[in-house]
Design a protein around this ligand. Structure first.
Ligand SMILES: [Zn+2]
Length: 183
């Protein structure tokens, strides 16, 4: 999860330095407004999409080869790209980070992270093989049973919370969608 976005400095339309003010159109929040061409730059939360890839009673985690949280374990996840659906993005990230092929299943968690302006969505995903081919962002991809999960070495709270719900649901024999907030 990257740090909060840096403020917009220049107009995306004409390049003039923007000013932060409440627009005159009834808006109630400060926006980056261009004094030259009047373009208002709206900034809204970004979606991070990922999977909980499972194989029998084990889940696939990736050891990060990138900052932040280099060397910590995470579920495959990343920013959604324009032009793709949440499910397509989650499957793409799973392929890019773990080289894992999956059958996408239901939504497991929707996690709001207002501090950084993000919403994370994790889908259950059934692995088609236990052979992985991690990309450059991943040092190692491997399967963990619940008792083996390195809870103190999990990179992000959103991943930790999602994994906890996954194992709880698994014990109860039914999966549902969990709406979570992390700070
Ligand atoms: Zn402008």
């Amino acid at each position: 999860m990257p740090p909060f976005r840096t403020p917009i400095k220049h107009c995306r339309n004409c390049g003039t330095a923007v000013v932060y003010r409440v627009p005159d159109d009834g808006d109630t929040r400060e926006r980056a407004v261009c004094p030259a061409c009047a373009t208002i730059h709206y900034e809204n939360p970004l979606n991070v999409v990922g999977t909980v890839p499972y194989w029998g009673d084990k889940v696939l985690l990736c050891k990060r080869n990138i900052e932040p949280r280099w060397g910590k374990w995470t579920l495959p996840a990343g920013f959604m790209e324009l032009g793709e659906t949440t499910i397509e993005g989650a499957a793409r990230e799973t392929d890019e980070e773990a080289g894992a092929q999956v059958v996408m299943e239901g939504l497991l968690s929707v996690v709001s992270v207002p501090r950084v302006g993000q919403v994370h969505l994790f889908y259950l995903a059934r692995l088609l093989s236990e052979k992985f081919n991690p990309g450059h962002e991943t040092l190692e991809a491997r399967l963990f049973a619940e008792a083996e999960i390195p809870w103190d070495e999990i990179a992000f709270k959103t991943v930790r919370e999602t994994l906890l719900r996954y194992f709880e649901d698994r014990r109860q024999g039914r999966f549902s969608v969990h709406n979570l907030d992390v700070s």
